[in-house]
Design a binder for this molecule. Structure first.
Ligand code: GRF
Length: 196
């Protein structure tokens, strides 16, 4: 399977995915053949260049609508014969343009145990709420904000003196383990979304 990763930021999850799929054991069937980025200055672009992954940058501001932006992205995905979209810190909501083409074949990772704390600042939301347990969730993408079907989760315990930084660091570490493994299972058909 041919995988495109979409990212907007630092790209530590992109890196974990690339490391696993480029060098990982045989269970990592599939190839990360494209990074789609909506922020040309993002550090993830440098990571992709260093890893030899082709980059397609699109600047949403130069389009009249989100749909037109996605039509262009979709053309690129078709050209590259992409089978799966893996969102990794892609800070945009997806519209029906991409969803109708890739519904059921688009994954995201979120830094909480969904359905708790969807949306932005999930780590801070969890700390502010005072939960003892949080974690990370890999889920299918649908029209909502972090509402798609859950595929895999990993628990991260909140420690007494955690700050947003210390908790986020452990959550990131959990993401870097869970996401490549979950993506590999899904694209290999070993972890099937049951309610498609
Ligand atoms: C991760 O925490 C992920 O859960 C969220 O965005 C963040 C991306 O971090 N969707 P990075 O750019 O992969 O370091």
């Amino acid at each position: 399977p041919r995988i495109a990763v979409f990212a907007s930021g630092t790209g530590s999850n992109f890196q974990a995915l690339v490391d696993a799929f480029q060098a990982g054991p045989a269970q990592y069937e599939g190839d990360i053949v494209l990074l789609v980025c909506d922020k040309p200055q993002a550090y993830v672009v440098k990571r992709a260049e260093a890893a030899g992954v082709p980059v397609a940058c699109f600047t949403p501001k130069s389009y009249l609508s989100r749909e037109q932006y996605e039509e262009d992205v979709l053309l690129k995905l078709r050209e590259e014969r992409i089978d799966w979209i893996v969102l990794a810190g892609y800070m945009r909501l997806v519209t029906p343009v991409l969803l109708s083409a890739y519904g059921g074949r688009m994954l995201n990772i979120h830094p909480s145990l969904l359905p708790a704390f969807p949306g932005l600042n999930a780590v801070k939301q969890a700390l502010d709420y005072g939960v003892c347990v949080t974690g990370v969730t890999v889920h299918l993408v649908d029209e909502g904000v972090d509402t798609g079907q859950v595929l895999a989760q990993r628990v991260v315990l909140v420690e007494k003196n955690d700050t947003e930084e210390t908790l986020a660091a452990r959550i990131h570490a959990a993401e870097h383990e869970l996401y490549p493994a979950a993506v590999a299972d899904v694209v290999a058909g070993k972890l099937s979304p049951s309610r498609l």
